[in-house]
Design a protein around this ligand. Sequence first.
Ligand SMILES: C[S@@+](CC[C@H](N)C(=O)[O-])C[C@H]1O[C@@H](n2cnc3c(N)ncnc32)[C@H](O)[C@@H]1O
Length: 280
Amino acid sequence: MLDYGLQRLSQMIYDFCGLNYKERLASLKEKLSKRIMELGFSYEDYYMYIQRNPSEWEVLVELLTINETYFYREENQLHECCSVILPKLRTSFRNRPLRIWSAACSTGEEPYTLAMLIQETGRFSPGTVEIIGTDINKKVLQKAEKGWYHQSSFAFRRIPTNLLHKYFDVENEGYQIKPSIKRMVRFQQLNLLNQQQMALLGEVDVIFCRNVLIYFDQETIKTVIRSLYRKLAPGGYLFLGHAESITDMDLGFQKVDAAKTFYYRKEPDQDETIRCVSSR
Ligand SMILES: C[S@@+](CC[C@H](N)C(=O)[O-])C[C@H]1O[C@@H](n2cnc3c(N)ncnc32)[C@H](O)[C@@H]1O
């Protein structure tokens, strides 16, 4: 029998953060059943409860999000950003720090990998690159902020041994990210569907928004990509996960093909285009 409360919950979740359980009510039920039992509620009661207790969203988000990530994920994109794009941007913007945004960063492996590879280039002095890691899930951000990962965790499945030894201290039964890397990254909670939170984040030069659009439908993907476009400085770059092409969406980005990867670029402003053309 159709559970009206569950249906209303799925719509509310979709509107709040884009996660689409509207056609997967059985899966939603499975994820929420323990919490519902704990509270002794029906799904309809729970729907009403969240309206009155917005802090319950934190619990719900923890139950619904998939936070799998690891250091050095899709390395070709990471190298392209740190060794090709950032040095190029540095020459255009010498008088301000470059800003990289790891949107939906989960437990921090993505922004920390970027910080390590930026240090590896040896081309950026402290303070010349800022990395902001955001996620909707508060709990994963707390783990990211600590920067400690258990030695047997999924996080280390791809990291080259030299980077592990160089940028982590062995601590307890795991590895603690070194302070020099930690200093390059700051974390903040941000829901990609929340326009007020998005407005508080300043303009950025590069966005990594990988492996989150796969949980959204086409409408939500378009909404998110439009927001990311607005956040990018003219001539800025966007990296998505490999299964998350937006090439056929015509949302203002140009696709850039590079060695073993691709990414997107927002068109530069007129002045920069003129500078590029006249310097050829
Ligand atoms: C699979 S992880 C991807 C982590 C990392 N970007 C990577 O590629 O390894 C997806 C993350 O997206 C986050 N997420 C889901 N919906 C979100 C939303 N509306 N706003 C911000 N983050 C969201 C989840 O909490 C989760 O940590």
